[in-house]
Design a protein around this ligand. Structure first.
Ligand code: CMP
Length: 140
């Protein structure tokens, strides 16, 4: 497997509890390099666009309101098999199902307030990186 890039969000529940560094350390220990990072606060329109694929789901409104409730940290992670590795480090979407040692097992509060987002495939990783970062912010 070649070197890949994936997109990550440290979500409002985690930034609010001052867990940005603890979560970043989990990525680095797993061999993922943080090659771009910034703290932002999304608008409702941005959150609705970013999570557009979930617009028909019953939790869509709650998800978007949560994602704009506090600043988030958006990051690009790079490494061998980065997309799968990041999903492994994050753990299952619902922290009740997450393995020991994963970010969601250690830090997530609920399925909604689950501390991190990570891309699920190469196409979505490319789209999500481009949604938040310009080419100038991404060094080679
Ligand atoms: P994320 O990886 O950011 O992608 C979509 C998000 O929707 C997911 O993480 C969860 O935080 C959220 N989500 C999924 N299922 C539910 C649910 N049943 N209730 C609330 N939020 C959910």
């Amino acid at each position: 497997m070649a070197i890949q890039r994936t997109f990550s969000i440290i979500k409002p529940d985690a930034t609010k509890r001052n867990l940005t560094g603890a979560i970043a350390a989990k990525f680095e220990v797993a061999g993922l390099r943080i090659v771009a990072s910034k703290r932002i606060q999304m608008t409702l329109a941005q959150a609705e666009t970013f999570y557009g694929v979930h617009s028909e789901r019953p939790f869509f409104g709650e998800l978007c309101e949560f994602m704009i409730s506090e600043p988030i940290v958006v990051q690009v992670l790079e490494g061998e098999d980065a997309i799968a590795k990041n999903r492994e480090v994050m753990g299952a979407t619902n922290p009740a199902d997450a393995d020991e040692g994963t970010i969601r097992k250690e830090f997530a509060l609920s399925i909604g307030e689950n501390s991190v987002h990570g891309s699920d495939a190469p196409e979505t990783a490319a789209e999500e990186i481009a949604f938040f970062f310009s080419g100038l912010e991404l060094v080679g």
